[in-house]
Ligand binder design. Structure first.
Ligand SMILES: C[S@@+](CC[C@H](N)C(=O)[O-])C[C@H]1O[C@@H](n2cnc3c(N)ncnc32)[C@H](O)[C@@H]1O
Length: 340
């Protein structure tokens, strides 16, 4: 390794110069000793040309320990074939990590989970996805693998805090950008309805970060609904109204109209379009989520057109946004449309 010795009074300026010229070696630590700063660099010749006054030193600087990736950490523990099957991505909800394990690696799952715990101090518990999101509540079956035996956690995004139990409530950290996209569209004074509001991430994000006058939510899962109530308190929100129950039963009793309606239930939202349309007036914007194959997004538009025709309403498609991948070639899309 090559080290440059710089008097402390010029040190910051020389260091910045080296960084700008891409000559700073970030694999080693900078050392302050006496009235000098010792800076690791990548090339003696180039440093001589860039900083002619630089003095070189034979001092050995300590190497910065790079955190290995999960694959690197498991290189010596798994066989070549096992490493090929290793899925390295994981979801993190607060201090809980959720991993996917290929069935061929099931005997190694505890080892993988414990390695993840060791590598990431912010992870305290590791679960494995045991099945896809299923049932009416869209809850994911999880199997405990390692760490603290807990399933309740606290997640922060878009200036809000969401508490939930990963075993009893649907929540996806991957939808944070989508929640931000919708929140940004909400204008001052809007009355917003979130159908299928879960533990309240859309409700809280909109109520906290926009100037909506009111944000309503309806959720059928009693556990998710309880968390949503608690989350509105946790986030100090006063302009929210939450209902526990079935959208199809609650909506007819509301006798209300909204400026914006969200339908984040991509699997079956189609069957709720007629309910949503009864809450809409001229100018209402509806965000309709759906799972569709690449190249077949028009199918979602056709469902909207059909439901609008039946409800004797006309609509204008504003945008179709891809907001996640559900399965190979199948996307979670959001069709934003306006009642005209
Ligand atoms: C995909 S999750 C979305 C939850 C939440 N909006 C989020 O983004 O985290 C769909 C939610 O709809 C709820 N749900 C399903 N059918 C419902 C119905 N008929 N009425 C009200 N909520 C329903 C489920 O319990 C689930 O919490």
């Amino acid at each position: 390794m090559i080290t440059v010795k710089v008097p402390l009074k010029n040190a910051e300026q020389v260091k910045n110069q080296l960084i700008t010229k891409n000559l700073f070696n970030n694999k080693y630590k900078v050392l302050k000793k006496g009235s000098y700063l010792y800076i690791p660099v990548t090339s003696k010749q180039q440093v001589k040309e860039t900083v002619p006054e630089a003095q070189f030193s034979s001092i050995q600087l300590p190497r910065i320990k790079q955190k290995p990736s999960i694959r690197e950490a498991l290189t010596k523990k798994l066989t070549h074939n096992e490493l090929e099957q290793l899925k390295t991505a994981h979801d993190q909800i607060g201090s809980i990590a959720i991993i996917e394990v290929d069935p061929e690696l099931s005997k190694r799952e505890k080892q993988i989970a414990n390695t993840l715990l060791k590598l990431n101090p912010s992870i305290k518990t590791v679960y494995k996805k045991a099945a896809a999101h299923e049932g009416k509540f869209r809850v994911q079956k999880l199997r405990y693998l390692a760490g603290e035996r807990k399933s309740e956690t606290e997640y922060k995004e878009n200036n809000i805090t969401i508490q939930l139990d990963v075993k009893t409530v649907y929540f996806s950290p991957r939808l944070g950008n989508e929640r931000k996209r919708i929140t940004k569209q909400v204008k001052k004074g809007e009355k917003v309805m979130v159908l299928f509001s879960g533990c309240g991430p859309y409700v809280c994000s909109i109520a906290k970060n926009s100037k909506a006058s009111e944000v309503w939510g309806i959720e059928i899962n009693p556990e998710a609904s309880r968390y949503a109530f608690e989350n509105t308190i946790l986030n100090k929100l006063s302009n929210t109204r939450l209902f526990r129950g079935d959208v199809k039963k609650i909506v007819p009793k509301l006798k209300q109209k909204f400026d914006r309606i969200l339908m984040p239930l991509p699997k079956t939202s189609e069957s709720f379009l007629s309910s949503a349309l009864t809450l809409a007036k001229k100018g209402t914007i509806i965000h309709f989520y759906s799972f569709q194959k690449q190249g077949e997004f028009k199918k979602a538009v056709n469902k909207i057109k059909k439901a609008c025709k039946k409800a004797k309403k006309t609509s204008k498609i504003l945008e179709i946004v891809k907001c996640g991948q559900h399965a190979p070639y199948i996307y979670r899309i959001c069709v934003d449309f306006k009642i005209s």
